[in-house]
Design a protein around this ligand. Structure first.
Ligand SMILES: C[S@@+](CC[C@H](N)C(=O)[O-])C[C@H]1O[C@@H](n2cnc3c(N)ncnc32)[C@H](O)[C@@H]1O
Length: 543
């Protein structure tokens, strides 16, 4: 399938001598020299390697000693060590850490590699598979670096570790396209962190599925002709199956296994281990942790086109119809939006706010603290100084896992903290200590403006006994016309609507009112509000 040839600017490399279809095993090879997995001193290593070099056939030795070497040497032992350092591929098996493969080690790198290398534990050989169709005459390339990173980081690592400047298609993109590709890669990497962060915690599974969906979509945009990210499909399978959704679970598992079959082969550990999951997803230990998404194996819609099928598979929501603001909550209602002084104390179980079920306290009703950012610093974690509805300044400290780095913070923005408590910090101040970043939202609008918006919402988007007030002229109206964009405010007709837009500030407010989080505030409808009963609070028993 290939020949080892001189490749301009890269030394030797593997070049396809025929068309190689995606998924083909191009090579399967055992090591001729191995090195231990633990750190050894140089002298020991040199002897260990020399013994192996001496026992190679003449042809093998010649081939080994002609390999690329990035290190200076004075004798064959040093030369051999240098060659191993330059070329060794990982081997994860009984005390062995890496080794030399006479052909696999000749494969050059590309950041948009067309082939995948893998140490196959089951057959104790390194395999290389075609990740996409490779044409006759094309060079076969693999990816030398473990993680996806942006162009600058990749180039630096390749130069430091392998002594060359990569000129692959991805590294040669014009600046703008390269930036796009970098952004995608950074996001793919970040999504991996986010997925790992919440793991298989039930209450976050839908959100985690969203991250996996986005990650695979971006990966496919970056590498359109490959078979996705098998590991990510396995994450999706586990999420579906944990919620009792066997139909989607099986499809995701099949995609994971198919991806591994393409890149590692049918005899790989991954295919052997996860193949049964694709046949019988109910076997997964996590199955039925919740039965919230329960389906049977063949609850798969048959009549959808590809896009709609993917929307079904990933449980993608159709763009939400905006919540009607018909019965909006008044943000000036101090029961629901208390000042800091009126919040429950974190040291005592205030039964105005909590109910006790078994050993846990749960919020008895919804409440939400509002405060405007008047100062902020980040030392160990994000600390905000907030001005509450009584113009009192209080600190808010982010003890969340990300220490607040996820948030876009700006002076004059308003912070909403769900189920906030008064907390006394060790150094004496009272403030809010935030541990779950899901309990906070930040709105790009000062508190006073938010309250003014609230007053308008109360007046112009509600309907009391079928009486509506036109935002344009301020008169009662029987018209059923709402603003077409935010579908919130009532108008008699287009003239009134123009007046509302141009003269009464709806242009700016309309944008705010289309923000699902702001609307969620007015109707107390965020996922977190709905999760009320899944949310044990740490509240000490007290007087
Ligand atoms: C494992 S070897 C690959 C085989 C090597 N070309 C040879 O002739 O033996 C790694 C070395 O190949 C060269 N190489 C690999 N990929 C390259 C690339 N994309 N551009 C330039 N040189 C590359 C670098 O010198 C690197 O240190």
């Amino acid at each position: 399938m290939y020949a080892i040839l001189e490749v301009p600017g890269k030394g030797k490399g593997l070049v396809a001598v025929e068309d190689i279809p995606k998924g083909t095993r191009i090579l399967s090879e055992g090591p001729v020299i191995t090195t231990p997995d633990r750190q050894q001193n140089n002298e020991w290593l040199k002897t260990h390697i020399s013994q192996q070099v001496d026992s190679l056939s003449e042809h093998q030795r010649g081939s080994f000693l002609s390999m690329h070497n990035l290190y200076p040497y004075n004798n064959v032992a040093e030369q051999s060590l240098g060659i191993i350092r330059t070329n060794s591929l990982p081997i994860e098996t009984n005390g062995i850490g890496g080794g030399i493969f006479l052909e696999a080690c000749r494969i050059n790198h590309a950041c948009d590699n067309n082939a995948q290398k893998n140490w196959n534990q089951c057959i104790q050989r390194h395999t290389v598979h075609a990740l996409r169709n490779i044409s006759k005459g094309e060079e076969i390339t693999i990816y030398y670096l473990g993680l996806y990173s942006n162009r600058e980081v990749r180039q630096k690592k390749l130069l430091d570790k392998f002594g060359f400047l990569c000129s692959c298609r991805l590294c040669s993109l014009p600046t703008e396209q390269s930036q796009k590709s970098d952004e995608r890669l950074t996001r793919i990497d970040h999504l991996d962190d986010l997925i790992g962060h919440d793991g298989m915690q039930l209450k976050f599974l839908l959100r985690t599925l969203r991250f996996v969906d986005e990650r695979i979509r971006l990966y496919n945009e970056q590498n359109p002709d490959r078979s996705g990210l098998p590991r990510a499909y396995l994450d999706a399978a586990q999420i579906a199956i944990a919620n009792g959704d066997l139909a989607r679970g099986r499809i995701f598992a099949e995609r994971a296994v198919e991806g591994w079959r393409t890149s590692y082969g049918s005899d790989s550990k991954e295919v052997i281990e996860h193949g049964p999951l694709a046949r019988n997803p109910a076997k997964l230990e996590l199955y039925g942790l919740s039965l919230k998404w329960k389906t049977s194996l063949d609850d798969v819609p048959q009549d959808l086109d590809q896009d709609n099928f993917e929307d079904w598979l990933w449980r993608r929501e159709k763009p939400k119809k905006l919540e009607r603001l018909g019965q909006s909550i008044d943000l000036r209602n101090r029961e629901i939006f208390p000042s800091f002084a009126a919040l429950p104390n974190s040291n005592t179980a205030d039964m105005d706010f909590y109910e006790k079920i078994g050993d846990v306290y749960r919020p008895l009703r919804h409440w939400c603290f509002l405060g405007e950012i008047v100062d902020f610093t980040t030392l160990h974690h994000l600390e905000l100084e907030l001005m509450d509805v009584d113009d009192k300044k209080i600190p808010l400290h982010f003890y969340t896992d990300d220490r607040g780095s996820k948030f876009q913070v700006q002076l004059g923005y308003t912070v909403a903290v769900l189920y906030a408590q008064r907390y006394r910090f060790i150094y004496g101040d009272a403030g809010i200590r935030l541990e779950d970043y899901q309990m906070v939202k930040i709105f790009p609008i000062p508190l006073e403006k938010l309250l003014e918006l609230n007053d308008q919402v109360q007046q112009f988007s509600t309907e009391v006994d079928e009486v509506r007030i036109c935002h344009g002229c301020g008169r009662k109206t029987a018209s059923s016309k709402r603003c077409g964009r935010c579908s919130s405010f009532w108008y008699c007709n287009e003239v009134c609507q123009k007046a509302g837009w141009n003269e009464k500030g709806h242009k700016a407010n309309c944008k705010l009112l289309r923000d699902p989080d702001i609307r969620g505030l007015f109707v107390l409808k965020w996922d977190q509000f709905d999760n009320k009963l899944q949310f044990p609070l740490q509240v000490a028993e007290g007087s």
